[in-house]
Design a binder for this molecule. Sequence first.
Ligand code: PLP
Length: 399
Amino acid sequence: MKEKNITTKLIHAGENALAKKIAAGVSVPKVLPIYMSSVFSFDDVPTLDAVYAGDAFGYIYGRNGNPNQAAVAECLAVAEKTDDALMFGSGMAAITTCILASVSAGDHIVSSPVLYGGVYDFLKNEMPRFGVEVTFVEFDDIEEIKAAIKPNTKLLYTETIVNPTMNIYDLDAVAALAHEHGCILAVDNTFATSFVCRPMEHGADIVLYSTTKYLGGHSDIVGGAIVSDQATINKLRHAHAVYGGQMGPMECWLLCRSLRTLEMRVAKHSENALKVAEFLEKHPKIEKVYYPGLASSKYKALGDKLFINGRFGGMMSADIAGGEEGASRFIAACETIKFVPSLAGVSTTLSYPAKTSHRAYNAEELKAAGISMGTIRFSIGLEDPDDIIAEFDAALAEV
Ligand SMILES: *Cc1c(COP(=O)(O)O)cnc(C)c1O
């Protein structure tokens, strides 16, 4: 064949032939590189057929998976002590894909009532449009859940540590009830992480994550995951591909890096949070502290049963004296601790549930959820705990 023109040569230089040479090399990268390729190439049709049929190993197209998704899924499965995971572009993409794939028109879902705002919105306002009925009941009371289950109930849905009131539920009992009635139990474990609680060890079928939070842990990536056993993940794989909410290779790579230190971070977040909760509990300008790790919490004993190594995570809430005015002054008086409508980064941050995560709740729903205009949510970071406490002490003096 005649030598190609420079324009054409430049299109192909350093591409497929080099990729093959690298793959066949005797050394491999110490760290899995970022596979920024939306698609993979094949030498012929039979090879492509073999990959589609599962007879040969290879990747096809980014929406069906890529090596960085496989790497991060492996890390999450290890942390959760299960088999596999599917990676999504956000926590909401993971959760909505899981729910949509688990129910059909005419089915029924039973959910705990206080949820991450976006999920509550999805269950309350989106699901009925698809002919799926949702009942919200307090998961503190197993009898209430039992009474809500109907012959067409397919899914029980809850969170390990509820946002923002930090309730925890008896997952073993909820899972047993779900299975007795042929339902699956899906648990959003975002606030806990697999180093505070592994819901599957307590009977849950599916664990959901916003990896934007502790798993990413540095406030720089948005993502989500479904974690479960191999059979369940294989069933959900089709929905993952056709609904298309994939996590990109760059985010996967960053998330892998974060997961190496997840246990150490969560241990420190938990240790700092307990110190801050004990400080706030004694402060005269604080009306109530919501942290299940406090000896005074009604959830402490249950947490001791469900949680790992006495860790209760880094999230807590507190009612500041003076309602909206008190909360507003407290937020403004904090110096380095920022008002951020998210959570779980390395630095301590504050959120105001009534105006951010739970905006979708009306006044009545807020009251029922135990959220007041004085409720502030704290995401306790990895700073020296004495500095966090000193800053809160100074800010409370302004309330
Ligand atoms: C943030 C969050 C979500 C939603 O995740 P995104 O990554 O923001 O889409 C779901 N559940 C909980 C508990 C969360 O904190």
